[in-house]
Design a protein around this ligand. Structure first.
Ligand SMILES: *[C@@H]1O[C@H](CO)[C@@H](O)[C@H](O)[C@H]1NC(C)=O
Length: 409
């Protein structure tokens, strides 16, 4: 009744106002969605108007408070949304307010839960990242999309679930987005389906990147800067698909320039380093690379040339965490294997990969077997590059002894 009066009042006002002074046509009398946003969600008038504006005018008019309450109460209890989360949800997907819980929202929620195998917390997180998904049709939209992905990328069920759990993916259109992008990627990098799939499973979000504004300029720049052929470019992308989203100006160019200068690298050395560790392109120099270089340099007392030599031969050294990985390993060499600092330094310079083997999976079980066999623990470090079988042969113990130690650690 109040609503009718309101409409009536507005049309009277409009009729009385001379044409020039008429308010713009989108400023209609606000409906239940608008009121709900203001009264129950604490939105500003602007937010409420924007949310209501996303509804079809006829829907906005006919929507009742009871309907909205029903949807929102259900949402809040099913997904355990806080008031703030509910507000975000409604503002991002106001059209949900006009959906029916029983015939619409509940079945879709159930579909996500079972098809993507999501627990309650995961389901909530998934939908909060993309609330409009809850309003999508299963038959016309969601299910065909998954089916298309599975066929196109030859995905196993688990892989399909992994891809589908990324809310960005299900929000994209096949014709406008996914199909042309996959086709472009495949052509640009000369990928087979297996490789295409690998890239997407690591970085599903790249389906949302723009080809013209993002991926193509990034690849072209990288290719030119480092003189990479398609195979080298493909290899870098396969190792680090994320690089397709890196900004040239903000990330890749400053990183490469900095590394080249800091380590005094020839073009060919720089290229080799990036090929070995494409992650370098996206690292934060100040927080990550520079402290690591300084640490390596002071920990092993390296001059610049020695540092450069070490990193060009093993760029992945930059991936290792100092506190969690490198320091404990060095302590282990000193304390458990009884190797003197100067000796460690000499060994690391001669053979940097010493630093990359896993403490828990490689060094510790081998030490255990060594001790049990009464052998000199130094052998653990002398034979790092040997296979498990070769190591056991050297100690003259059965391979099973090492396997048991590996289980144990
Ligand atoms: C370990 O290697 C060092 C240097 O390479 C060598 O001097 C030493 O004899 C080796 N020790 C054992 C037990 O293999």
């Amino acid at each position: 009744m109040a609503r009718l009066a309101c409409v009536l009042h507005l049309s009277l006002t409009v009729a009385l106002v001379p044409p020039v002074a008429r308010p713009p046509s989108h400023v209609v009398c606000s409906g239940a969605a608008y009121d709900y946003c203001i009264q129950s969600l604490g939105c500003t008038a602007k937010e409420a108007a924007k949310a209501e504006g996303k509804l079809l005018p006829r829907t906005a008019e006919s929507l009742t408070r009871a309907q909205i309450d029903c949807v929102c109460n259900w949402l809040q209890s099913e997904l355990e949304l806080s008031d703030v989360e509910l507000r975000t949800f409604v503002l991002r997907a106001p059209s949900l307010l006009s959906c029916y819980v029983e015939t619409n929202l509940a079945p879709t929620l159930e579909w996500f839960r079972s098809t993507l195998d999501l627990g309650d917390a995961e389901l909530k997180k998934f939908l909060i990242r993309r609330p409009p998904l809850l309003g999508c049709s299963i038959e016309a939209n969601l299910a065909p999309k998954l089916e298309w992905l599975q066929t196109t990328l030859d995905l196993r069920d688990l892989e399909l679930k992994k891809l589908g759990r990324n809310p960005v993916v299900l929000g994209l259109s096949i014709e406008d987005n996914m199909a042309p992008k996959l086709e472009w990627l495949q052509r640009r990098l000369d990928l087979d389906v297996e490789q295409l799939k690998k890239i997407l499973l690591i970085k599903p979000n790249l389906l949302a990147y723009s080809i013209e504004e993002n991926m193509e300029p990034t690849l072209t720049w990288l290719q030119t800067r480092l003189g990479l052929d398609t195979a080298q470019l493909r290899k870098a992308v396969l190792i680090k698909p994320q690089l397709l989203g890196y900004s040239v100006e903000k990330k890749m160019k400053p990183n490469l320039d900095w590394v080249q200068m800091r380590l005094d690298l020839e073009e060919e050395q720089l290229k080799k380093m990036v090929a070995g560790s494409p992650s370098l392109l996206g690292y934060n120099i100040e927080d990550n690379i520079e402290p690591k270089l300084r640490w390596l340099q002071s920990r092993f007392d390296l001059n610049n040339a020695e540092l450069t030599c070490m990193l060009t031969s093993l760029p992945t050294l930059l991936h290792l965490n100092i506190e969690k990985n490198l320091e404990p390993k060095l302590r282990f060499f000193e304390r458990e294997l009884g190797i003197a600092c100067v000796d460690i330094r000499a060994r690391v310079i001669r053979k940097p990969p010493l630093l990359t083997y896993s403490l828990a999976k490689r060094y510790q079980p081998r030490l255990k077997v060594c001790r049990a066999a009464g052998a000199d623990p130094v052998i653990v470090l002398n034979s790092t590059s040997k296979t498990d079988a070769e190591f056991c042969k050297r100690l003259n113990v059965p391979l099973e002894a090492l396997r048991a130690a590996q289980e144990d650690v």
